[in-house]
Design a binder for this molecule. Sequence first.
Ligand code: DGP
Ligand code: NA
Ligand code: NA
Length: 235
Amino acid sequence: APAMAGAPRGAFILFEGVDRSGKSTQAARLVEALKAQGTPAELWRFPDRKGTVTGKAIDDYLSAPAPAAAAGAAASAGANAAPGSAAGLSDQAIHLLFSANRWEKSAALVDALRRGVTLVVDRYAYSGAAYTSAKRTPGCGLAWCKAPDAGLPAPDVTLWMALPPEAAAARGGFGQERYENAAFQEQVRAAFASVRDASWVDVDASKGVDEVAAEVLREAVDAVRRCREGQPILA
Ligand code: DGP
Ligand code: NA
Ligand code: NA
């Protein structure tokens, strides 16, 4: 379909961070703040557990309690999972499903941006590379982890919710999901440092919620402006 003359595209604003960094709270607040300013905006999240073919398997995998063991092993496949259950998927298979989950939504994502909707996205391909490479599975180094996501639409800005380990720990205990243990989260944090790129902006997530929200809104408004001024959709 021909592009509507003069219709500005929306911005792709991504939040990344370790678990408990406050990104989901900030992403929800940002959508409301943008809408209040008259900018059409939607909240998306990955993995998309509900609106996709792959979401159910990913949800089953994440919900399965991980065996208590060394951090890497604890995040990997449950050795005793029943055959055919997502809980027992290999590190390689679940990695590709997470990537497929993003690819399932990629055409709709580009379509929304073209329609002028700004997308505020909670996790994306950086989480994909960071969480799997943090498992230190032989043969699954960073290049292997990044490969299936190559060519996905890319964010206009990535807001990294920077939170020191002590501050994350002070926010209380983890839940029951597979990756929620302190040792593995530290490996994830280190892996994120190896995947950062020019789209990244550090947000000091240890500040108060309102202060963080104000900083986030400034960065988001800047990205929306760049997209209105004609910055092409990135890949
Ligand atoms: P969330 O719903 O944002 O808490 O994400 C669920 C968990 O899945 C969280 O621990 C981060 C992890 N995760 C998100 N995306 C990916 C991915 O692409 N690959 C892997 N291995 N883990 C991911
Ligand atoms: Na989580
Ligand atoms: Na979250």
